[in-house]
Ligand binder design. Structure first.
Ligand SMILES: Cc1ncc(C[n+]2csc(CCOP(=O)(O)OP(=O)(O)O)c2C)c(N)n1
Ligand SMILES: [Mg+2]
Length: 314
């Protein structure tokens, strides 16, 4: 049964909560932020086949912000590239589902994690497609903090120079990076103007609106004169209100107690029709209330610097 993009986005978020909870892994905010972009790509845009993950004519996809690996593993599992049971091995010793995206996993085209390299690789693939007289399209998702890397702009120059119409970059523009906002770390604005100045067709959308994502991907595939960038305005932690726009959740995982219970039940309350929660069918009947279980205020794994009171965006 194939799922809709809305169902897929929900499942990516639900797997992400479970995977980071079980593994004690990081980057749940980054996973929630990118879920809708990935869901529309995999549900409606990418020409890929789970039975033949290395098919020569497949579209290529690179998650350049490789720290959100759980989201890619989740979408690959839901599309049948790997078994969903394997998802809970994320971050475990010996698991191929490493903390950053690994090419050891069927369906992954490029290993990432060191920021700033995905666009270069994607541009090379798009040039190779042209030289090989292939029509596949290459997609890559970058973080906005990642755009601080000089290599991103070298690749942007390259892709424009070679008029790589087969290349689409998406910037997950959640206005935050690992320790603070982009604005306070290194100003990016006006981001769209910068890409335009580098010669890219530039589309600005709401990165959680599937209709706008769909339309943007259509426009990008129809534009053959050069590369396209979709600047997708997003919310870090999208889908769980206490994680949204709070830098704490870049590194923190949902701990036992109210953090996990609250995240699961809030997601459950927005579950689309036609799919089941794979881990807690029906939600958690008697959830811990805020303050029960792990306590951010007294948890010594959390530096006071990242305390939500200090770092919650208006
Ligand atoms: C070259 C490099 N430097 C630093 C890091 C550490 N790091 C991991 S995630 C991150 C922030 C990324 O922010 P952004 O690109 O905005 O992604 P988001 O998590 O907001 O989606 C940093 C600095 C890294 N992975 N690679
Ligand atoms: Mg960011």
């Amino acid at each position: 049964m194939s799922v809709t993009s809305e169902q897929l986005a929900w499942l990516i978020r639900r797997h992400g909560i479970e995977m980071t909870h079980i593994s004690g892994g990081s980057h749940i905010g980054s996973i929630m932020s990118v879920a809708d972009i990935l869901a529309v790509l995999y549900a409606e845009v990418l020409h890929v086949d789970p039975r033949h993950p290395d098919l020569e004519d497949r579209d290529r996809f690179i998650l350049s912000k490789g720290h959100a690996s759980a989201a890619v593993y989740a979408v690959l599992a839901e599309k049948g590239f790997i078994h969903t049971d394997e998802l809970l091995t994320h971050y475990a010793n010996g698991s191929r589902l490493s903390g950053h995206v690994s090419k050891a996993v069927p369906g992954v085209d490029f290993t990432t994690g060191s920021l700033g390299h995905g666009l270069s690789a994607a541009a090379g693939m798009a040039l190779a497609a042209r030289k090989d007289h292939k029509t596949y399209h290459v997609y890559t998702i970058l973080g906005d903090g990642e755009c601080d890397e000089g290599t991103v702009w070298e690749a942007a120059l390259f892709a424009n120079h070679y008029e790589l119409g087969g290349l689409t970059a998406i910037v997950d523009h959640n206005h935050m990076q690992s320790l603070d906002t982009c604005e306070r770390t290194l100003k990016l604005e006006k981001l769209a103007d910068k890409w335009r100045a580098f010669g890219w067709k530039t589309i600005e959308i709401d990165g959680h609106d599937h209709r706008q994502l769909r339309q943007a991907f259509k426009e990008a595939s129809e534009w053959t004169e050069g590369p396209t960038v979709i600047i997708a305005d997003t919310i870090k932690g999208k889908g769980v209100s206490f994680m949204e726009n709070d830098i704490l959740w870049h590194y923190r995982f949902p701990h036992d107690g109210w953090e996990y219970d609250g995240a699961v039940n809030e997601l459950y309350s927005h579950k689309p029709e036609g799919i089941e929660d794979p881990y807690t069918p029906g939600g958690i009947p008697t959830p811990c209330l805020p303050g029960e279980g792990a306590d951010i205020f007294n948890d010594h794994t959390v530096s006071a610097t990242y305390h939500p009171t200090f770092y919650t965006m208006e």
